[in-house]
Design a protein around this ligand. Structure first.
Ligand SMILES: *[C@@H]1O[C@H](CO)[C@@H](O)[C@H](O)[C@H]1NC(C)=O
Ligand SMILES: *[C@@H]1O[C@H](CO)[C@@H](O)[C@H](O)[C@H]1NC(C)=O
Length: 584
């Protein structure tokens, strides 16, 4: 037996260690390292909020955030569509570096049961902060992949990328999530299936007639099988709407599917509750909470309280509900006494979708004075998004900055503030924003920014500081629909290459500082430095290209539905359940 009685000498030593180490650990954790609350809207246009100039949609909570903090007016996403833009946001790198782009014309992940996703050797800022002792949570949309080889390997899951808590949609809100809404994906699939169905019906009829007239000598088996196949194909095409809802529109808590399909009227309160619980649980340690809204993507899941309340129809209702959610989240932060110790950020993954207009109804965002929108490569409307930072006492209030900045800048900014180090074995494209936000630097560290559409460089921006000019060069741009001024109606998103884009030779040149709407291309006659600017930007593009190393493109082969990857809460194909505790 161990005799502790005679060796009390261990006590003062242990107490000493506790007393010395405990407080230093506390200061280390609570000291100057802020918490991070990141709020990201889905497809919100820069012209959709009051603080960016909207006068009809009411967004008092987002406006207040801007009043209490710094508002960026030239905040640029690395892509005009969500999957690549979000990959760049989380990795601080152009999505072409991680392979989170397509060359096949499907710009975002199409299925929850596809194999593409953010590669495991990419290091998200969540992963670095997690290793530095932060509690890390993601609530809301992911859309960066799920499985690689089987239906539950979860290789691309948020918990594999630095988040220790996840509640939300591993996939994305899509038109298909409500059966009776318009959906490009469903329509294309239905057309394909109906075509196959017709071919098989034709084959079945030919065989039947041949058999009955004794023109072909076969048994009844092929006749019966081809008839059954035709029947099955038509049945699938007619029930496709329902099947997609089950396949893609479900919620998970960590590794468990909680609702398949999800119940939209419940999602908003469930998300808010989850946010409150996360903040309560982690208020005594540094945390990173990424709230990735399903708003304001179609099909616009607005709860009863907000339906029919805005002056801008169903889309306006959805924005106003999201703004209310922002307010609720900031209230919770306040109630837990966390406002001052938290750097809060608000943005959108890309600009508003101009194609989401059906008849006179607006279902997609408004990009203000900027040309183009979601899915249009380099045009400003698809990539210039809201960017608001609030950190009371540390950042100035009511401060507006026009310098070019990127959503990729969040990466180094958070990593530095969290006491981490940038990965040394790869290129990071983001720049630490803190000096600019604090006002200790006059200029953003970005001189050039590249604007990709899929894996194709469409445009580039040059901030020529000594002249105070921001130049934009377009090498390619989408061909717009002949009647739809400035959009690709009827095609979902604009294509990035092929015969549906115009290659500009010489490239189009705009001076964004004088012509932010990209309305007046410059010529050697109107702009004496025309050729010099093109040369300088071309050189920068070449330098950028020389830093790229090929990575497997995740949105090509990995972008098709594979039955063995389909996440299911029962044994496939029994993909339905409701495990959400509704008694609140
Ligand atoms: C405000 O936003 C709504 C909804 O996107 C849009 O229809 C409207 O044109 C915007 N108004 C202004 C002044 O930007
Ligand atoms: C990750 O692995 C792929 C090969 O699968 C490689 O092409 C890429 O460069 C790697 N990325 C990093 C950051 O190491």
């Amino acid at each position: 037996m161990l005799d502790l009685g005679r060796s009390w000498s261990w006590l003062p030593l242990t107490l000493g260690v506790l007393l010395v180490s405990k407080p230093s650990a506390c200061t280390d954790l609570a000291g100057s390292r802020p918490n991070f609350l990141l709020l990201m809207a889905d497809d919100l246009g820069i012209g959709d909020t009051g603080c960016y100039g909207n006068d009809t949609v009411r967004t008092p909570n987002i406006d207040q955030l801007a009043k209490d903090g710094v508002m960026l007016t030239q905040h640029i996403s690395a892509s005009s569509v969500c999957t690549p833009s979000r990959a760049a946001f989380l990795t601080g790198r152009y999505p072409i570096r991680s392979g989170m782009v397509s060359s096949s014309g499907y710009p975002v992940l199409q299925w929850a049961g596809a194999s593409g996703g953010i590669p495991i050797n990419e290091t998200t800022f969540a992963k670095i902060l997690q290793s530095k002792g932060y509690a890390t949570g993601l609530i809301g949309k992911w859309h960066l992949g799920l499985n690689c080889d089987s239906a539950n390997d979860h290789c691309h899951h948020p918990l594999n990328h630095g988040f220790d808590h996840f509640y939300g949609m591993p996939f994305s809100m899509m038109g298909d999530c409500i059966q009776w809404e318009i959906s490009e994906k469903r329509a294309a699939l239905e057309n394909k299936l109906i075509l196959y169905g017709q071919i098989v019906v034709f084959a079945a009829l030919t065989l039947t007639v041949g058999k009955l007239t004794h023109l072909v000598s076969i048994s009844w088996a092929p006749v019966i099988w081809s008839t059954a196949a035709a029947f099955l194909i038509f049945l699938t095409s007619y029930s496709l709407g329902v099947l997609i809802v089950y396949a893609d529109c479900f919620l998970m808590r960590n590794h468990t599917i909680t609702e398949q399909p999800m119940h939209f009227q419940r999602t908003t309160p469930l998300f808010l509750k989850e946010v409150a619980l996360f903040l309560q649980r982690n208020k005594h340690r540094p945390f990173l909470l990424f709230v990735s809204f399903l708003h304001v993507h179609t099909p616009l899941i607005t709860t009863k309280n907000f339906r029919g309340k805005s002056l801008r129809g169903r889309y306006g209702d959805n924005i106003e509900e999201m703004d209310w959610m922002v307010g609720k989240i900031l209230d919770t932060l306040d109630r837990e006494g966390l406002t001052k110790s938290t750097l809060t950020y608000f943005t959108s993954d890309n600009g508003g979708s101009l194609e989401s207009q059906f008849g006179n109804n607006q279902y997609g965002g408004w990009n203000g004075i900027y040309k183009g929108g979601k899915g249009m490569g380099g045009w400003e409307g698809g990539i210039r998004v809201p960017g608001i930072f609030r950190w009371p006492g540390e950042l100035p209030a009511s401060h507006v900055i026009d310098e070019p900045t990127s959503l990729m800048d969040i990466y180094p900014t958070l990593v530095h503030l969290g006491g981490g180090q940038l990965p040394q074995d790869r290129v990071t494209d983001g720049q630490d924003l803190l000096p600019l936000l604090r006002g200790t630097a006059r200029h953003s560290a970005h001189v050039f920014l590249m604007h990709y559409c899929d894996n194709v460089l469409h445009a580039a921006r040059w901030h020529q500081r000594e002249r105070g000019t921001v130049w934009k060069v377009h090498y390619m741009s989408p061909v717009f629909h002949p009647e739809g001024a400035g959009a690709c109606y009827g095609r979902g998103a604009c294509p990035c290459s092929g015969d549906k884009v115009t290659v500009h030779d010489p490239p189009l040149l705009f001076d964004l500082s004088r012509d932010p709407s990209e309305a007046h291309p410059l010529t050697p006659d109107t702009e004496p430095s025309f050729q010099d600017v093109l040369n300088r930007v071309k050189q920068a593009v070449e330098e950028h290209r020389s830093t790229l190393s090929p990575a497997p493109l995740q949105l090509d082969a990995g972008n098709v539905w594979q039955p063995w990857l389909q996440p299911c809460c029962g044994p496939f194909p029994l993909c339905w359940c409701d495990r959400e505790d509704v008694q609140q």
